[in-house]
Design a protein around this ligand. Structure first.
Ligand code: FPP
Length: 243
């Protein structure tokens, strides 16, 4: 069974650092290094889209120094790996409330997004200032505006019109959502898109989630019987209501 899209909640950087007697920021640094390892491993495994939850709308409430460190790491990540994006033909996309981002970061991410926009084999999506509820409210607002302007009738609103107002309407839903460091929560991640995703939760903290751990997640996914609410495991030939 092919995995086209993997999404990861990269949790446990803080705990990883604490367990080693290091400041939390060191955990984020190690986490950022791991992004590169998993970005390559997923590509090698034939994945087409990799979405990483790097910063949620709620994360702005963390101590200022930690927020600043995360933004710095992101900027550093972009400048350090831009060459690699080109060499390996990786498209970078950002999903989230971009207007929250400091101007310098926003400029940089938009520049790299534009520079890599033509690559179509593999896309790295970074969820930044992302919140699933914000994304849904935003989509509802945009649809309401289209109805108000007369461009759309409310009776025409269906799942595909709704999806057209999400951040990345052209990206398929994740097949597999991985969460590291053992919590059984969705944490406001891809609330619409996760409807039929398979979940894989591992106690390993994100900085230690290496190629072998990814392989284990893929093996677990391969053993799942995806029915999309129907009786068969092939999308498009489901035979009952979604449940
Ligand atoms: C959760 O760990 C992780 C985050 C809030 C940030 C994730 C960020 C990175 C991996 C680095 C930057 C990303 C890129 C793309 C360069 P936590 O701090 O909540 O861990 P804890 O639950 O153990 O405290």
């Amino acid at each position: 069974m092919d995995v086209r899209h993997i999404a990861i909640i990269m949790d446990g950087n803080g705990r990883w650092a604490q367990a080693k007697g290091l400041p939390r920021v060191k955990g984020h640094e190690a986490g950022a290094q791991n992004v590169r390892r998993i970005m390559k491993a997923a590509k090698q495994a034939g994945v087409k889209f990799l979405t990483l939850y790097a910063f949620s709308v709620e994360n702005w409430n963390r101590p200022k120094l930690e927020v600043e460190a995360l933004m710095r790491l992101l900027k550093h990540f972009l400048s350090e790996y831009e060459n690699e994006f080109h060499e390996s033909k990786i498209r970078l996309r950002i999903m989230g409330r971009k207007s929250d981002l400091p101007e310098k970061i926003l400029k940089e991410v938009e520049r790299v997004e534009e520079a890599t926009a033509a690559y179509s084999d593999y896309t790295l999506i970074i969820a930044l200032s992302y919140g699933g509820r914000v994304e849904l409210v935003n989509a509802a607002k945009k649809l309401a505006e289209r109805v108000e302007s007369g461009e759309l009738k409310s009776s025409e609103i269906d799942e595909s019109t709704f999806v057209s107002e999400l951040y990345l309407p052209d990206v398929p839903d994740p097949d597999l959502i991985i969460r590291t460091s053992g919590e059984f929560r969705v944490s406001n991640f891809l609330l619409w898109q996760c409807a039929y995703s398979e979940f894989y939760i591992t106690p390993i903290c994100w900085p230690d989630f290496d190629e072998n751990e990814l392989e284990k997640a893929l093996e677990s996914f391969a053993s799942r019987d995806r029915r999309f609410g129907g009786l068969k495991n092939i999308r498009g030939s489901v035979t009952s209501d979604k449940k």
